[in-house]
Ligand binder design. Structure first.
Ligand code: A3P
Ligand code: MG
Ligand code: MG
Length: 382
C-alpha cells in the first residue's frame, strides 16, 4: 500500500485529497479545450533512435476483407515494456523552444506552459471519472510553473506487462497487425506476402506528433503516437487517423461495452486533435469482420443517452480540478521535489511527496534529477 510505503515522506491528509466527481452533476461551467495545434513531429527508428524526420509516418489504405490479424505473429519485433519516460517528448519540446527563441520575429517568445505530458497520461487523467477498474500512479515535478507528468509503473507492474499472458499478448498483437493491414509506408511497399500486409510489426517504430493546446487557462504541451494520415501529409493534424481494433458487436451488452470503450478512444484522439478513428471489428479468432470510421468530435453525441453513456464535459471539468489540485499541492516546494500521484477508481486522487529513497528509485541510476533527464534540467534551470 502506497500510504505505508517507506518511500513516502508525507501524506497531505488522511482522506483522499481530491475525491471522485459526482458523475450525475457535470459542472455548469466546464473549461474550454483549445483545438490542438501541431508544433513538431518526430520518428522512432527500428533501433529506437529518435529523429526529427517523418520516416515512420504511414498512410492510410484500408484493410482487406476478413484479414487475419494473427498473421506474422511469430515475426513481431516487440519493444520491451519500459518505464513511460518523458525523455522523447522533452527532446522535441526542447527543440521547439530553441527554434522559437532563435526565430526571426525578434525575441521568439516561448509561451508559459502549465503542463508537459505524453498523451497517454492525460487520457488516463481525463477519463478517470468513468474508470471503474484500473487505478494508476504518476510522478509529477514542477519547474518554474510548468508541471511534468510521467506515468509510474512499479517494478511488479512492469514485470507483469512484460510477462503478459500469451492470450493477452496475441490480442495486443492484433492491434498492431491491423495497423500493418491499414497502412502503407509509401507508394513503394515491397510486394506483400498476404494481401494488404505492409510489413512485419516492429513496435519500436513510431511516428509522433507534439501539439500545444489549452485546458481552461492551462497551456499544455502534449505528445503522442499517430497511427497514420489519410491522403497527403499536410503538416497539420487535420487528416490524422487513429486505428483501433475491437471485438465484433453481437448484442446490446457488447454494444454498451463498446460505447464505454469509445470514451478512451475519444480522449486519446481528441487530445492530439486527431479527427478520425477507424475501427476494425474482429472475431475472437482474430479475423476482421467489418470496419467503421468515426469522426472524433461526433462520438460524444453518439453515446449520449445510451446505456454506456458518458459526458466529456464531466472529464474536462475533472481535468481542470485535477490540475488545480496538483498546482496547489506542489506550490512552495523545491524544484527537485517529486510527487507521487495515485488514482483509485471510485475513490479519488492522493498526492504524496517522495523522500530520498523514493526519488532515487525514480532516477533509476540514470543521469536524472527526479525523473527529468539532467540535460533538460540544465537547460531549464540556468
Ligand atoms: P488496439 O487499440 O487496436 O487494440 P493504439 O491503438 O493506441 O495506437 O495502440 C496500438 C495497439 O497497441 C493497440 O491496438 C493494442 O493492441 C496495443 N496496446 C495499446 N495499449 C495497450 C495496453 N495497455 N495493453 C496491451 N496492448 C496495448
Ligand atoms: Mg498508435
Ligand atoms: Mg491505434
Amino acid at each position: 500500500d502506497l500510504a505505508e510505503s517507506p518511500a513516502i515522506k508525507r501524506r497531505l491528509v488522511t482522506e483522499c485529497d481530491l475525491s471522485y466527481p459526482a458523475l450525475s452533476h457535470p459542472s455548469s461551467n466546464p473549461p474550454a479545450f483549445q483545438r490542438p495545434s501541431q508544433l513538431i513531429t518526430f520518428s522512432y527508428t527500428p533501433s529506437r533512435t529518435l529523429e526529427f524526420t517523418d520516416s515512420a509516418l504511414r498512410y492510410f489504405v484500408g484493410p482487406p476483407r476478413g484479414a487475419d490479424l494473427g498473421y506474422a505473429y511469430d515475426r513481431w519485433i516487440r519493444r520491451p515494456e519500459e518505464r513511460g519516460r518523458i525523455d522523447g517528448l522533452l527532446t522535441a519540446w526542447s527543440k521547439v523552444q530553441k527554434d522559437m527563441k532563435g526565430s526571426h520575429e525578434g525575441v521568439g517568445k516561448v509561451p508559459d506552459v502549465g503542463v508537459v505530458s505524453w498523451r497517454g497520461v492525460m487520457t488516463k487523467i481525463l477519463t478517470a471519472p468513468y474508470e471503474e477498474r484500473d487505478g494508476w500512479e504518476m510522478n509529477v515535478m514542477a519547474l518554474d510553473g510548468t508541471l511534468y507528468f510521467e506515468e509510474h509503473l512499479s517494478e511488479a507492474r512492469l514485470k507483469e506487462k512484460n510477462d503478459m499472458e500469451p492470450r493477452h499478448r496475441l490480442q495486443s498483437y492484433y492491434g498492431y497487425a491491423f495497423e500493418s493491414y491499414c497502412t502503407s509506408s509509401s507508394c513503394h511497399d515491397s510486394p506483400a506476402d498476404v494481401p494488404g500486409w505492409s510489413g512485419d510489426v516492429d513496435t519500436n517504430v513510431q511516428w509522433c506528433s507534439v501539439v500545444k493546446t489549452k485546458l481552461g487557462d492551462t497551456r499544455m504541451i502534449i505528445g503522442g503516437e499517430v497511427d497514420c494520415v489519410r491522403g497527403k501529409y499536410t503538416g497539420g493534424t487535420d487528416n490524422f487517423v487513429e486505428l483501433k481494433t475491437s471485438m465484433a458487436i453481437r448484442n446490446p451488452h457488447d454494444e454498451s461495452k463498446f460505447e464505454k470503450k469509445l470514451l478512451k478512444f475519444y480522449f486519446q484522439s481528441f487530445l492530439l486533435g486527431v479527427p478520425e478513428i477507424f475501427v476494425g471489428f474482429r472475431k475472437p479468432t482474430g479475423h476482421l469482420t467489418t470496419t467503421q470510421s468515426f469522426q472524433t468530435i461526433q462520438i460524444p453525441r453518439m453515446v449520449r443517452g445510451k446505456p454506456g453513456a458518458w459526458d466529456p464535459l464531466v472529464c474536462l471539468d475533472w481535468g481542470q480540478q485535477f490540475l488545480s489540485f496538483i498546482k496547489a499541492t506542489v506550490k512552495g516546494g523545491s524544484r527537485r521535489d517529486v510527487w507521487r500521484v495515485r488514482f483509485v477508481p471510485k475513490v479519488g486522487v492522493t498526492a504524496a511527496l517522495l523522500d530520498g529513497a523514493g526519488v532515487q528509485d525514480v532516477e533509476a541510476d540514470e543521469d536524472r534529477v527526479g525523473f527529468l533527464p539532467r540535460w533538460y534540467w540544465a537547460e531549464n534551470t540556468a
